[in-house]
Every structure is written in structure tokens, then in C-alpha cells.
Design a protein around this ligand. Structure first.
Ligand code: NAP
Length: 326
């Protein structure tokens, strides 16, 4: 099926060789989709097909089929999904499994039926077992039970990977999957209650700075290790995979660099310019001690991230100040 390192140029024409190709980026207003659009524009792609959620509900099969029949995109990057933290997953399990299965089933199947040359499906590191050995390799998929708090979402994402594999096997169709680590950057969700740790810290330090607060209290001991990737690096990796990768297996996309939550918080504090004290409430839970993906498969193909955490935080804070904090 694939050639050396999973590369099989004969199966898929070079994505980058035709910047006039029609590319549908599903979910283009989100953190990931907007970064992919920026990257494609910067490479000269001028024929992007974009639809907001209100213009095209991807859970509606007839609407999706009609969109594909009319637009006939050449390539599809699937970055639309219902995403959320532990609380949202626990409260709306039915929506998390049903909406994500519907979106990806509709988009993948209509893409195949309407002559799309290549599709890239995006999942996330939650597809892996709760106690997968670290760093987590692609082969850890489906080897042990999932983290129960987000298994609804994870099961849908695993089905997306399997659907890409099944269409490749049965129809020799070029569908691939990328699994990003924790992402951050412009267009992230800075909601006070349901955002991820990095934007949540940024917001709290910023608000404390503006109010002149003396301290910011953060839950836990700060000892858990996490991996972060700037979303512009992810977008670059997505384009790289569209151009270079064509094989059955999904591909991890991470920075390979771990920081403790404490190091992250200190760095965010510095970038935001909060001069008060950072206090750790160690009576509160820490969460999983370590979560790192093994991205050597992608590195062996020749892709590495370029944006350091510090530069990425500066870039994200600038965007936050200009777009959210007012
Ligand atoms: N953020 C991370 O740290 C991270 C990490 C790993 C993987 N990923 C993956 O990357 C993908 C995108 O995540 P993200 O962080 O960019 O999420 P996001 O910011 O919430 O963006 C998701 C996009 O999908 C759209 N969408 C949702 N339901 C839709 C529907 N029924 N019809 C049409 N559009 C719909 C949303 O539009 P509305 O907002 O208008 O509903 C939004 O524009 C997901 O598959 C996620 O698993 C993200």
C-alpha cells in the first residue's frame, strides 16, 4: 500500500504542486481550521471552499451531499468537530458521540462519492488508552481501555480513523488521519469555565494583571507533565501530510517537548506580565501525571515543529489582547 516510510507518491498527486486546487477546510472558524486556512493562503492556495456552521450543518447528510455534489472539491481537510473538556463530555455524552460520528461519516463518505482526491481527518490524543505507555506510539491504539471521562468523543474519533482506513482498503481511496497533541494559538477558546489549561491560565493572569490582584491561585501541585504544539505548527504538519503521506496508519503530531504545568504557568505569567504571586492549591486534584505523544513517525518523514513555546505564547497573548480581552 504505502512505500518507504508510508510515502506513496504514485497514489496521490502532490498536494503542493497545484495551488489552484479546490480545497474544502471543514471547521475553518475553529482553532485548527483557521490556522490551516492561514497556512494554505500563505502558500498561495486561492480556491478554498469554506462554509460556516450556520451555512452548512455537517451533521445533516442531505445538506453535506448536496454541498459536495455542487462544489466538487479536490481536497478535504476535516477540522470540524464538537469539542470540549471533561465537564462538557460528561454532561453531553450523547451529543459528543452522535455529532462527531455524523460530521465525520457525512464528510468522509460524501468526499469519496464525489471524487475528492485526498482527505485528511483530524483526531486527538484522547484516542489512546488511559494507561498507554509514554511516550504514546501510534500502535497503542485499541490496546487497552480509554479514559472514561471522554470515551464518547474518543470512540467517535477512533471510528473516524477506522473509516479512513476502511475506505482506503476497499476503494483504494486516499484518506489519512493526523492525531495532534494539545494545541494552542490564535482563535483558541478562552472561556472562563470550559477552556483548556493554557488559555485558562492566560486569561486568569491577564485579568489579575488588569485588576492589580496580588496573587493567582492555580489548582494542583503543578507537577503534571504536558506537551503543547502551536496551532500554526500543526497547520504546517497538516499540509506536509497532505503532500507527502499516503498510508493506512494514523500519524501523531506533537512537539515532543514536555513542560510541567508549573513551568507552563511561570512562562504564561511572564509573557502576560503579571507581577503578583502564583499560588498552588495542592488540595485540588492534579490529573494525569504525564501525557506525551511519540511523534517520531512524522519526524522520520522529515517534519519538525518550528515555534518555541515562549514565542508561541507571545503570539497567542497578542491575539488574546487584540481579540478577546476587551
Ligand atoms: N484544540 C486542541 O487542543 C486539539 C488537540 C488535538 C486535536 N484537536 C482536533 O482538531 C479538530 C478541531 O478542533 P478545534 O480545537 O479547532 O475546535 P474548535 O475551535 O471548536 O473548532 C471546531 C469547528 O467545527 C465547527 N463545527 C462544529 N460542529 C459543526 C457542525 N455540525 N457543522 C459545521 N461545523 C461544525 C465549529 O463551528 P461552530 O463553533 O460554529 O460550531 C468550529 O468552527 C478536532 O477534531 C479536534 O479533535 C484539537
Amino acid at each position: 500500500m504505502g512505500g518507504l516510510n508510508g510515502l506513496d507518491p504514485s497514489l496521490s498527486p502532490s498536494f503542493l504542486s497545484d495551488t489552484s486546487a479546490k480545497v474544502f477546510v471543514a471547521g475553518h472558524r475553529g482553532l485548527v481550521g483557521s490556522a490551516i486556512v492561514r497556512r494554505l493562503h500563505s502558500l498561495g492556495f486561492a480556491n478554498l471552499v469554506l462554509r460556516s456552521h450556520s451555512d452548512l450543518d455537517l451533521t445533516c447528510q442531505s445538506a453535506v451531499e448536496s454541498f459536495f455534489t455542487t462544489e466538487k472539491p479536490d481536497y478535504v481537510i476535516l477540522a470540524a468537530a464538537k469539542v470540549g473538556g471533561i465537564h462538557a463530555n460528561n454532561t453531553y455524552p450523547a451529543e459528543f458521540i452522535a455529532v462527531n460520528l455524523q460530521i465525520q461519516t457525512n464528510v468522509i463518505d460524501s468526499s469519496y462519492r464525489n471524487g475528492v482526491k485526498k482527505l485528511l481527518f483530524l483526531g486527538s490524543s484522547c484516542i489512546y488508552p488511559k494507561f498507554a505507555p509514554q511516550p504514546i506510539v501510534e500502535e497503542a491504539l485499541l490496546t487497552a481501555p480509554l479514559e472514561p471521562t471522554n470515551e464518547w468523543y474518543a470512540v467517535a474519533k477512533i471510528a473516524g480513523i477506522k473509516m479512513c482506513q476502511a475506505y482506503r482498503l476497499q476503494y483504494s481511496w486516499d484518506a489519512i488521519s493526523g492525531m495532534p497533541t494539545n494545541l494552542y494559538g490564535p482563535n483558541d477558546n478562552f472561556h472562563p469555565e470550559n477552556s483548556h489549561v493554557l488559555p485558562a491560565l492566560m486569561r486568569r493572569f491577564h485579568e489579575a494583571k488588569v485588576k492589580g490582584a496580588k496573587e493567582v491561585v492555580v489548582w494542583g501541585t503543578g507537577s503534571p507533565l504536558r506537551e503543547f504544539l502551536h496551532v500554526d505548527d500543526l497547520a504546517d504538519a497538516v499540509v506536509f501530510l497532505m503532500d507527502k503521506y499516503s498510508d493506512l496508519g494514523h500519524v501523531n503530531v506533537g512537539s515532543g517537548k514536555e513542560v510541567t504545568i508549573k513551568e507552563l504557568a511561570e512562562l504564561v505569567k511572564e509573557v502576560v506580565g503579571f507581577n503578583g504571586e502564583l499560588v498552588w492549591d495542592s488540595t485540588k486534584p492534579d490529573g494525569t501525571p504525564r501525557k506525551l505523544m511519540d511523534s517520531s513517525k512524522l519526524a522520520n518523514m522529515g517534519w519538525t515543529p518550528k515555534i518555541s513555546l515562549k514565542d508561541g505564547l507571545h503570539d497567542t497573548y497578542k491575539w488574546y489582547v487584540e481579540n478577546v480581552s476587551q
